[in-house]
Write a protein that binds this ligand. Structure first.
Ligand SMILES: Cc1cc2nc3c(=O)[nH]c(=O)nc-3n(C[C@H](O)[C@H](O)[C@H](O)COP(=O)(O)O)c2cc1C
Length: 247
Protein backbone atom coordinates (compact mmCIF):
# COMPACT_ATOMS: atom_id res chain seq x y z
CA UNK A 1 0.00 0.00 0.00
CA UNK A 2 1.32 3.40 -0.93
CA UNK A 3 1.80 5.30 2.32
CA UNK A 4 2.02 8.57 0.34
CA UNK A 5 -1.68 8.27 -0.27
CA UNK A 6 -2.70 7.71 3.30
CA UNK A 7 -4.55 10.53 4.97
CA UNK A 8 -5.30 9.11 8.38
CA UNK A 9 -3.07 9.00 11.44
CA UNK A 10 0.02 8.48 9.33
CA UNK A 11 -0.64 11.33 6.93
CA UNK A 12 1.51 14.40 6.54
CA UNK A 13 0.55 17.68 8.19
CA UNK A 14 -0.16 19.08 4.75
CA UNK A 15 -2.72 16.42 4.01
CA UNK A 16 -4.32 16.78 7.43
CA UNK A 17 -4.71 20.50 6.70
CA UNK A 18 -6.22 19.84 3.32
CA UNK A 19 -8.62 17.26 4.62
CA UNK A 20 -9.84 19.28 7.57
CA UNK A 21 -10.35 22.27 5.27
CA UNK A 22 -12.24 20.03 2.88
CA UNK A 23 -14.42 18.70 5.66
CA UNK A 24 -15.42 22.09 6.96
CA UNK A 25 -16.27 23.24 3.43
CA UNK A 26 -18.27 20.15 2.72
CA UNK A 27 -20.64 20.96 5.55
CA UNK A 28 -20.87 24.68 5.03
CA UNK A 29 -21.23 24.63 1.27
CA UNK A 30 -23.95 22.04 1.08
CA UNK A 31 -25.78 22.51 -2.17
CA UNK A 32 -29.14 21.32 -3.41
CA UNK A 33 -27.31 18.96 -5.72
CA UNK A 34 -26.33 16.86 -2.76
CA UNK A 35 -28.69 14.81 -0.80
CA UNK A 36 -29.05 16.07 2.67
CA UNK A 37 -29.90 19.06 4.71
CA UNK A 38 -28.58 17.80 8.02
CA UNK A 39 -25.41 16.16 9.15
CA UNK A 40 -26.17 12.91 10.97
CA UNK A 41 -23.77 13.36 13.80
CA UNK A 42 -22.31 16.62 14.93
CA UNK A 43 -18.84 17.24 13.50
CA UNK A 44 -17.20 16.77 16.90
CA UNK A 45 -18.93 13.41 17.33
CA UNK A 46 -17.91 12.00 13.99
CA UNK A 47 -15.60 9.02 14.37
CA UNK A 48 -11.92 9.93 14.27
CA UNK A 49 -10.53 8.15 11.20
CA UNK A 50 -7.66 5.80 11.88
CA UNK A 51 -5.33 4.04 9.49
CA UNK A 52 -6.86 0.61 10.02
CA UNK A 53 -8.74 -1.26 7.36
CA UNK A 54 -11.60 -3.69 7.84
CA UNK A 55 -11.10 -6.55 5.43
CA UNK A 56 -14.46 -7.43 3.95
CA UNK A 57 -15.70 -10.92 3.19
CA UNK A 58 -15.86 -11.00 -0.63
CA UNK A 59 -18.80 -13.43 -0.47
CA UNK A 60 -20.98 -11.02 1.46
CA UNK A 61 -23.02 -8.02 0.39
CA UNK A 62 -23.41 -4.81 2.34
CA UNK A 63 -26.94 -3.68 1.63
CA UNK A 64 -28.94 -0.61 2.50
CA UNK A 65 -32.21 0.88 1.40
CA UNK A 66 -32.92 4.59 1.53
CA UNK A 67 -35.72 6.97 0.64
CA UNK A 68 -35.31 9.35 -2.30
CA UNK A 69 -33.19 11.71 -0.18
CA UNK A 70 -30.73 9.09 0.99
CA UNK A 71 -32.20 8.59 4.46
CA UNK A 72 -31.50 5.05 5.64
CA UNK A 73 -34.61 2.88 6.00
CA UNK A 74 -33.03 -0.55 6.16
CA UNK A 75 -29.57 -2.10 6.42
CA UNK A 76 -28.74 -5.80 6.33
CA UNK A 77 -26.81 -7.63 9.04
CA UNK A 78 -23.48 -7.28 7.24
CA UNK A 79 -23.95 -3.51 6.93
CA UNK A 80 -24.68 -3.30 10.66
CA UNK A 81 -21.69 -5.48 11.53
CA UNK A 82 -19.17 -3.61 9.35
CA UNK A 83 -20.40 -0.09 10.10
CA UNK A 84 -20.19 -0.75 13.83
CA UNK A 85 -23.51 0.99 14.50
CA UNK A 86 -26.66 -0.48 15.97
CA UNK A 87 -29.85 -0.51 13.91
CA UNK A 88 -31.38 2.24 16.02
CA UNK A 89 -28.38 4.48 15.37
CA UNK A 90 -28.56 4.04 11.57
CA UNK A 91 -32.27 4.04 10.76
CA UNK A 92 -33.60 7.48 9.88
CA UNK A 93 -30.07 8.83 9.43
CA UNK A 94 -28.62 10.33 6.25
CA UNK A 95 -26.30 7.93 4.45
CA UNK A 96 -23.34 10.21 4.93
CA UNK A 97 -23.13 8.71 8.42
CA UNK A 98 -20.51 6.37 6.91
CA UNK A 99 -18.82 8.99 4.72
CA UNK A 100 -15.05 8.94 5.02
CA UNK A 101 -13.17 12.28 4.81
CA UNK A 102 -10.83 10.75 2.21
CA UNK A 103 -13.72 10.56 -0.27
CA UNK A 104 -13.81 13.38 -2.82
CA UNK A 105 -17.08 15.34 -2.97
CA UNK A 106 -16.81 15.04 -6.74
CA UNK A 107 -17.58 11.32 -6.61
CA UNK A 108 -20.77 11.87 -4.58
CA UNK A 109 -21.85 14.64 -6.95
CA UNK A 110 -21.49 12.17 -9.82
CA UNK A 111 -23.24 9.49 -7.79
CA UNK A 112 -26.28 11.67 -7.03
CA UNK A 113 -26.51 12.87 -10.64
CA UNK A 114 -26.77 9.22 -11.74
CA UNK A 115 -29.12 8.20 -8.94
CA UNK A 116 -31.57 11.01 -9.60
CA UNK A 117 -31.74 9.85 -13.22
CA UNK A 118 -32.30 6.26 -12.08
CA UNK A 119 -28.99 5.20 -13.57
CA UNK A 120 -26.79 2.68 -11.86
CA UNK A 121 -23.31 3.77 -10.91
CA UNK A 122 -20.41 1.55 -9.96
CA UNK A 123 -18.15 3.63 -7.77
CA UNK A 124 -15.36 2.76 -5.41
CA UNK A 125 -16.19 4.17 -2.00
CA UNK A 126 -14.06 4.33 1.13
CA UNK A 127 -16.41 4.19 4.11
CA UNK A 128 -15.84 5.02 7.76
CA UNK A 129 -16.99 2.72 10.51
CA UNK A 130 -18.06 3.89 13.94
CA UNK A 131 -14.73 2.93 15.48
CA UNK A 132 -12.76 4.96 12.92
CA UNK A 133 -11.61 2.07 10.71
CA UNK A 134 -12.25 2.17 6.97
CA UNK A 135 -13.48 -0.29 4.37
CA UNK A 136 -13.44 -0.09 0.58
CA UNK A 137 -16.51 -1.09 -1.37
CA UNK A 138 -17.73 -1.18 -4.94
CA UNK A 139 -21.31 0.06 -5.35
CA UNK A 140 -24.32 -1.14 -7.32
CA UNK A 141 -27.73 0.55 -7.17
CA UNK A 142 -31.29 -0.52 -7.83
CA UNK A 143 -34.37 1.69 -7.93
CA UNK A 144 -37.97 1.44 -6.85
CA UNK A 145 -40.71 3.62 -8.35
CA UNK A 146 -44.29 4.28 -7.27
CA UNK A 147 -47.27 3.89 -9.60
CA UNK A 148 -46.84 7.42 -10.94
CA UNK A 149 -43.25 6.65 -11.84
CA UNK A 150 -41.69 8.66 -9.02
CA UNK A 151 -38.49 7.29 -7.57
CA UNK A 152 -39.23 6.27 -3.99
CA UNK A 153 -36.36 4.03 -2.87
CA UNK A 154 -32.73 3.35 -3.58
CA UNK A 155 -31.15 -0.03 -2.88
CA UNK A 156 -27.39 0.03 -2.56
CA UNK A 157 -25.53 -3.24 -2.76
CA UNK A 158 -21.85 -3.10 -1.99
CA UNK A 159 -19.15 -5.68 -2.42
CA UNK A 160 -15.54 -5.75 -1.32
CA UNK A 161 -13.44 -3.73 -3.75
CA UNK A 162 -10.52 -5.64 -5.28
CA UNK A 163 -7.13 -4.58 -3.96
CA UNK A 164 -5.47 -3.70 -7.27
CA UNK A 165 -8.34 -1.38 -8.18
CA UNK A 166 -8.16 0.37 -4.80
CA UNK A 167 -4.49 1.14 -5.40
CA UNK A 168 -5.36 2.99 -8.62
CA UNK A 169 -8.48 4.70 -7.33
CA UNK A 170 -6.66 6.07 -4.28
CA UNK A 171 -4.38 8.01 -6.61
CA UNK A 172 -7.34 9.52 -8.49
CA UNK A 173 -9.20 10.39 -5.27
CA UNK A 174 -6.08 11.98 -3.81
CA UNK A 175 -5.81 14.21 -6.87
CA UNK A 176 -9.51 15.11 -6.75
CA UNK A 177 -9.39 15.98 -3.05
CA UNK A 178 -6.39 18.22 -3.57
CA UNK A 179 -8.09 20.04 -6.43
CA UNK A 180 -11.27 20.37 -4.34
CA UNK A 181 -9.36 21.76 -1.37
CA UNK A 182 -7.40 24.29 -3.39
CA UNK A 183 -9.67 25.17 -6.31
CA UNK A 184 -13.17 24.01 -5.33
CA UNK A 185 -15.38 21.14 -6.36
CA UNK A 186 -16.33 22.43 -9.81
CA UNK A 187 -12.69 22.46 -10.85
CA UNK A 188 -12.33 18.89 -9.61
CA UNK A 189 -15.47 17.85 -11.50
CA UNK A 190 -14.07 19.43 -14.66
CA UNK A 191 -10.78 17.61 -14.14
CA UNK A 192 -12.57 14.27 -13.81
CA UNK A 193 -14.65 14.91 -16.95
CA UNK A 194 -11.49 15.93 -18.81
CA UNK A 195 -9.71 12.77 -17.73
CA UNK A 196 -12.65 10.60 -18.82
CA UNK A 197 -12.91 12.41 -22.17
CA UNK A 198 -9.21 11.88 -22.71
CA UNK A 199 -9.67 8.15 -22.04
CA UNK A 200 -12.91 8.11 -24.08
CA UNK A 201 -14.69 6.42 -21.20
CA UNK A 202 -17.69 7.01 -18.99
CA UNK A 203 -17.11 6.91 -15.24
CA UNK A 204 -18.53 3.38 -15.09
CA UNK A 205 -16.32 2.27 -17.97
CA UNK A 206 -13.29 3.71 -16.20
CA UNK A 207 -14.14 1.58 -13.16
CA UNK A 208 -14.83 -1.57 -15.26
CA UNK A 209 -11.44 -1.02 -16.80
CA UNK A 210 -9.78 -0.88 -13.38
CA UNK A 211 -11.53 -4.13 -12.52
CA UNK A 212 -10.73 -5.68 -15.87
CA UNK A 213 -14.35 -6.76 -16.31
CA UNK A 214 -17.27 -5.60 -18.43
CA UNK A 215 -20.73 -4.43 -17.31
CA UNK A 216 -22.32 -7.88 -17.55
CA UNK A 217 -19.60 -9.51 -15.54
CA UNK A 218 -20.06 -6.94 -12.82
CA UNK A 219 -23.82 -7.34 -12.85
CA UNK A 220 -23.41 -11.06 -12.29
CA UNK A 221 -20.91 -10.42 -9.54
CA UNK A 222 -23.56 -8.41 -7.71
CA UNK A 223 -26.32 -10.88 -8.49
CA UNK A 224 -24.14 -13.73 -7.24
CA UNK A 225 -25.97 -15.93 -9.72
CA UNK A 226 -23.76 -16.53 -12.72
CA UNK A 227 -20.15 -15.96 -11.75
CA UNK A 228 -18.63 -17.61 -14.83
CA UNK A 229 -18.93 -14.88 -17.46
CA UNK A 230 -16.65 -13.02 -19.84
CA UNK A 231 -13.81 -15.43 -19.45
CA UNK A 232 -10.82 -14.30 -21.43
CA UNK A 233 -8.42 -17.22 -21.26
CA UNK A 234 -8.52 -20.88 -20.22
CA UNK A 235 -6.46 -20.03 -17.18
CA UNK A 236 -8.84 -17.26 -16.19
CA UNK A 237 -11.78 -19.56 -16.87
CA UNK A 238 -10.55 -21.82 -14.10
CA UNK A 239 -10.39 -18.88 -11.71
CA UNK A 240 -13.77 -17.47 -12.72
CA UNK A 241 -14.80 -13.86 -12.27
CA UNK A 242 -14.32 -13.92 -8.54
CA UNK A 243 -10.82 -15.33 -8.77
CA UNK A 244 -9.83 -12.80 -11.41
CA UNK A 245 -11.20 -9.86 -9.47
CA UNK A 246 -9.46 -10.75 -6.26
CA UNK A 247 -6.21 -12.29 -7.48
C1 LIG B 1 -28.71 4.24 -1.49
C2 LIG B 1 -27.54 5.12 -1.15
C3 LIG B 1 -26.39 4.56 -0.65
C4 LIG B 1 -25.29 5.36 -0.31
N1 LIG B 1 -24.18 4.76 0.20
C5 LIG B 1 -23.15 5.53 0.62
C6 LIG B 1 -22.03 4.94 1.24
O1 LIG B 1 -21.90 3.72 1.37
N2 LIG B 1 -21.05 5.78 1.67
C7 LIG B 1 -21.13 7.14 1.54
O2 LIG B 1 -20.22 7.83 1.99
N3 LIG B 1 -22.19 7.70 0.93
C8 LIG B 1 -23.19 6.94 0.47
N4 LIG B 1 -24.27 7.53 -0.13
C9 LIG B 1 -24.20 8.98 -0.44
C10 LIG B 1 -24.59 9.83 0.76
O3 LIG B 1 -25.98 10.05 0.74
C11 LIG B 1 -23.88 11.19 0.73
O4 LIG B 1 -24.21 11.90 -0.43
C12 LIG B 1 -22.34 11.08 0.81
O5 LIG B 1 -21.95 10.35 1.94
C13 LIG B 1 -21.64 12.44 0.83
O6 LIG B 1 -22.07 13.16 1.90
P1 LIG B 1 -22.73 14.58 1.69
O7 LIG B 1 -23.86 14.40 0.72
O8 LIG B 1 -23.12 15.01 3.02
O9 LIG B 1 -21.62 15.44 1.10
C14 LIG B 1 -25.36 6.76 -0.50
C15 LIG B 1 -26.54 7.33 -1.00
C16 LIG B 1 -27.62 6.52 -1.33
C17 LIG B 1 -28.87 7.13 -1.89
Amino acid sequence: MNSFLKTDNSSSDLMKGLISQFDVNSYEERTDELSLEVDPIKNSNRPLPMDKEINLDPNKTILSKTDSKGIIEYANDYFIEISGYEEFELMGQPHNIVRHPDMPKTIFKLMWESLKKGENIHAFVKNLSKDGRYYWVLTNFEFKYDEEGNLVSYYAKRKAAPRNAIFEIEKLYYTLRNIEARQGMNTAVNYLHGMLEDKKMTFNEYNYNLLNVNENALKNYFDNSKPEVQINSPEEKKKGLFGRMFS
